[in-house]
Design a binder for this molecule. Sequence first.
Ligand code: ZN
Length: 59
Amino acid sequence: MSEDYCTIREAPTPPKADGPPYAECVQCRKPTEYPESYKGITLCPVCEWQEAQRTACSG
Ligand SMILES: [Zn+2]
């Protein structure tokens, strides 16, 4: 019997910004909810969701 499950790697969530300027989404360049000073990958809610779908279970 084989167990078939996916391992979802939990990525650290960037802090939410209190206000503008917001960082751009690295994929679609729309403003995200994260502060511009955040050093890292910032994704807008849409891309974040798509990324989660992509990385969750592939195959
Ligand atoms: Zn985006």
